[in-house]
Design a binder for this molecule. Structure first.
Ligand code: DX5
Ligand code: ZN
Length: 218
């Protein structure tokens, strides 16, 4: 199965979000990835609940909401109501990961956990039954356009092993610095969702870029 491609809207022209979402939809994107930053868990501020709510009205694509936010449990219900489909929290950002994941599912949404490059996979070992997606960060979160950290590849392989028979039901996403050059390695390491910001939005033809990331042709 080719992986899904989720363009990161952070790399879009944020003054034209609806048009940019439509452009990605027409280019064959599977999901849209929304990077929410709070200036505390990460040293940057981006978009929040009203942006997700507005974007929801302009696209049918599933919204993959990546919360780079301290104590994300404070916002789960509001992002759910705003129209996120996957709600992803960082294991490093919540003291009660199991409870937060349960809270996301109770809000009727798919629950995801993201791990920083420095965080071991053992952080999710005991919450696998509560997971709909595991996100292996291939950059330190906070900014788009950073270089892919190669240690993410063996980590993806280990993550795929850890998920075992859950793979398929549980998505394995790689996020940060994904390009046409490293996408084949991400795919063979077991990623089922590729987040791509810069590499899709700066491509002369996003349709071709998305198809190539998936391992095919436009
Ligand atoms: C990093 C974000 C990523 C990033 C992806 O903090 O979580 O989603 O914006 O963008 P590129 O592909 O440009 O690294
Ligand atoms: Zn992200």
């Amino acid at each position: 199965m080719p992986p899904k491609v989720a363009p990161s809207m952070l790399a879009s022209d944020l003054a034209r979000l609806a048009e940019e979402a439509r452009r990605m939809e027409q280019a064959g994107a599977d999901w849209l990835h929304i990077d929410v930053m709070d200036g505390r868990f990460v040293p940057n501020l981006t978009m929040g609940i009203p942006v997700v709510q507005s974007l929801r009205r302009h696209t049918r694509l599933p919204l993959d909401v990546h919360l780079m936010v301290a104590e994300p449990e404070r916002y789960v219900e509001r992002f759910a109501q705003a129209g996120g489909d996957y709600i992803v929290v960082h294991a490093e950002a919540t003291a009660h990961l199991h409870r937060t994941l349960t809270q996301i599912r109770a809000a009727g949404k798919k629950a995801g956990v993201a791990l920083n490059p420095g965080t071991p996979l053992s952080a999710v070992e005991h919450v696998l039954d509560e997971l709909d997606m595991l996100v292996v960060m291939s950059v330190n979160p906070g900014f788009g356009g950073q270089a892919f950290i190669p240690q993410a590849l063996p980590k993806l392989e280990h993550a795929a092993k850890l998920l075992g028979s859950r793979l398929g039901r549980v998505e394995l996403e790689v996020d940060g610095g994904v390009t046409l050059q490293n996408a084949p390695a991400c795919r063979s390491a077991g990623a089922s969702v590729l987040v791509a910001g810069t590499s899709v939005f700066t491509a002369p033809d996003p349709r071709e870029a998305i198809a190539a990331l998936r391992g095919g042709r436009a």
